[in-house]
Write a protein that binds this ligand. Structure first.
Ligand code: ATP
Length: 301
């Protein structure tokens, strides 16, 4: 059974079409990214999946059930973009309360609250009230809340927006760690982050699902993305074009080059590049197999 199935899913707010004819099937597994410009319909899609709003037309099911149905209690959870904690209750009290609402006994609910707080590395803050937490800590508590009951599917709407790099990293590590048992769908504007976490990227634009990109494919593509330290771009381009099996090289942004090759053996190209750098004493920062997510989504090869 599919994790998520949408058929012709559309949503209008009054006369405003926010989502239009989205059809997609998603399977359980590695984290899935949902990307798109502001107003593209990402939150609307999440809200439909959570059952917070109903579609104007089309169908949607999660684990074979209607969004919001009792059968999904504890199996599907979400972190809304504007998730807020109850300012009056300390952290463990509110997590215990949410666990009880999922059917945990009083004792088990507290243990579950502490378990999810441990996951987000905040067990020491269990007795604190939300107002004494930083933005990053509050976000981690909200993520802990979404993890109560070890759901099979967790929707995270901009989980790292506004977080400092250390807090954002903690969240990425947690998502990675739990990905064997939980499938995450993550909406974010941070393409670098999504590239590190996700195997599949869905791109929404003006309410339509315009692309579904598999990051795994990049390992089999005939591209290399080369990032240099300061370099003479035109000298590098001419020298690389002299190498065997190179079809093209373009500078895509300062010191970053996209190389297309026609060799079956990517390592041979990598070796040739490394010898070239040694020969000219050029310093490189990174050689990435395939194209960056930004390149895949926004540039024509
Ligand atoms: N409750 C609402 N009433 C009217 N229009 C709405 C409502 N919610 C969203 N919209 C509109 O629907 C469109 C999609 O909004 P949505 O919030 O789903 O986009 P988004 O991709 O999540 O944007 P962002 O990246 O800025 O969070 C936008 O044009 C928005 O103005």
């Amino acid at each position: 059974m599919s994790l998520v199935s949408c058929k012709g899913l559309s949503k209008s707010y009054g006369g405003k079409q926010a989502l239009s004819q989205v059809s997609i099937t998603l399977e359980a597994g590695s984290p899935i990214a949902l990307v798109g410009p502001n107003g593209a319909g990402k939150t609307t899609l999440f809200s439909l999946l959570c059952g917070f709003i109903t579609p104007s037309s089309g169908e949607v099911s999660l684990l074979g059930e209607k969004p919001g149905s009792a059968a999904l209690l504890g199996r599907v959870a979400s972190l809304p973009q504007d998730a807020a904690l109850d300012p009056n209750l300390d952290i463990i009290t509110q997590l215990t309360l949410f666990a009880s609402l999922q059917g945990f006994s009083a004792k088990a609910a507290k243990a579950e609250g502490l378990r999810v707080l441990t996951l987000v590395d905040l067990v020491d803050s269990a007795q604190q009230k939300p107002k004494s937490l930083s933005h990053g800590m509050s976000k981690r508590v909200s993520i802990a809340q979404a993890l109560i009951g070890s759901p099979e599917l967790v929707l995270l709407d901009e989980p790292t927006a506004g977080l400092d790099p250390a807090n954002a990293k903690k969240i990425r590590e947690l998502v990675k760690k739990l990905s064997n048992t939980t499938t995450f769908i993550i909406s974010s504007h941070n393409l670098d982050e999504l590239e590190k976490l996700c195997d599949q990227v869905l791109y929404l634009e003006q309410g339509q699902l315009s692309q579904s990109v598999s990051m795994k494919e990049s390992l089999h593509e005939d591209y290399l993305t080369l990032t240099m330290q300061q370099c003479d771009a035109s000298a590098l381009i001419s020298a690389v074009m002299e190498l065997a099996d190179i079809s093209s090289i373009d500078e895509r942004q300062a010191n970053q080059f996209l190389i297309k090759h026609n060799s079956e053996e990517t390592y041979a190209i990598e070796m040739a590049l490394l010898s070239l750098f040694k020969q000219h004493n050029w310093q490189y920062k990174a050689i990435l197999k395939g194209r960056t997510l930004e390149e895949k989504l926004f540039s024509q090869p």
